[in-house]
Write a protein that binds this ligand. Structure first.
Ligand code: GSH
Length: 291
């Protein structure tokens, strides 16, 4: 490398270190539901979540409800969106599931069944592995995987999305977001591989599970699932990094960093190479919103 090249490479090399130094956490997953009360009832009565807050924005004709297993200051939660008058959505083929960890999968599945929930896969060892899992569907058709684990600080433990090129996605999420690759699972007998990415250990925090099915490079996104939000101490620096990484690996910034009009919370948002959306939210502004 010539001296001039070294000089021009230096700023981007330095900025690329930012996501690893930043104070990051998965904050919430945002998606649309056809009836807020119906979903709140199912999540609180069958899945054991708490209703944390609700807000109605009549000028924009939508309402939100936030649910999870603990306060938003320290837990990952779901942010449900109800758009006035829209009672159903297309989930598409790319969205996989949310997951709930529980010490007793059978017991939780029986509670889901007792509340009229739809159990799509009975409790038992995962095909090709040992962990005990089950699948249930919520009233809108979103899948929840129920995973048997000892008691954990974060029962809402995964968001699973399907991707078309696992290596590309791993690189993207490591570089653009500073997520750590915690482990990979290869199940050639079932023709899929998985990457588990997180900011802390899998039994302590919510992780992003990316699934690659052999030979499948594209999925439909539907209009139901929206995005994951992640906290950052600096949306501007974070957006600079994402911008550099999208030039190498694909994806694009869909909202330049800055305050949201009216709310003043600073955010930036972008699509990954598969088109999955992430929003980076200023940590301090987010805490102010909660007060
Ligand atoms: N083709 C599957 C690949 C992922 C997969 O199979 N995941 C495991 C859980 S890690 C599963 O759903 N196993 C089904 C079972 O054990 O019944 C997909 O795209 O969802």
């Amino acid at each position: 490398m010539s001296e001039a090249e070294a000089k021009s490479a230096a700023p981007s090399a330095e900025i690329l270190e930012w996501p690893k130094k930043d104070n990051r956490r998965l904050l919430h997953a945002v998606y649309r539901v056809g009836d807020l009360d119906r979903t709140i009832k199912f999540y609180t009565e069958a899945l054991g979540m708490k209703l944390l807050r609700k807000r109605d924005i009549p000028e924009e004709k939508y309402s939100n409800a936030f649910l999870g297993f603990g306060p938003e200051e320290s837990h990952f939660v779901v942010e449900l969106t109800y758009n006035y008058g829209v009672s159903s959505y297309d989930i598409g083929t790319g969205f996989g599931h949310f997951a709930i960890a529980t010490p007793d999968v059978k017991k939780l599945v029986e509670e889901v069944r007792a509340k009229g929930g739809n159990v799509t896969r009975e409790p038992g060892p995962v095909k090709g592995g040992n962990s005990i899992i089950a699948f249930v569907k919520d009233p809108d058709g979103y899948t929840f995987e129920i995973i048997q684990r000892p008691s954990t600080p974060e029962p809402l433990c995964q968001v699973m999305l399907r991707v078309g090129d696992l290596e590309r996605s791993i690189k993207f999420y490591e570089k653009a977001l500073g997520l750590k690759l915690l482990r990979t699972i290869e199940r050639p007998e079932y023709k899929y591989n998985i990457a588990i990415l997180g900011y802390a250990e899998e039994d302590q925090t919510t992780i992003l599970e990316l699934t690659y099915n052999y030979g499948v490079t594209e999925y439909t996104k539907g209009n139901a699932y929206a995005q994951i939000a992640i906290g950052t101490d600096d949306v501007y620096k974070s957006a600079e990094v994402v911008n550099l990484v999208t030039q190498e690996l694909g994806g694009k910034i869909t909202r330049q960093p800055g305050p949201i009009p009216g709310l003043n919370t600073k955010i930036t948002s972008f699509l990954d190479p598969d088109g999955w959306k992430t929003v980076l939210v200023d940590n301090e502004d987010f805490l102010k919103e909660l007060q």
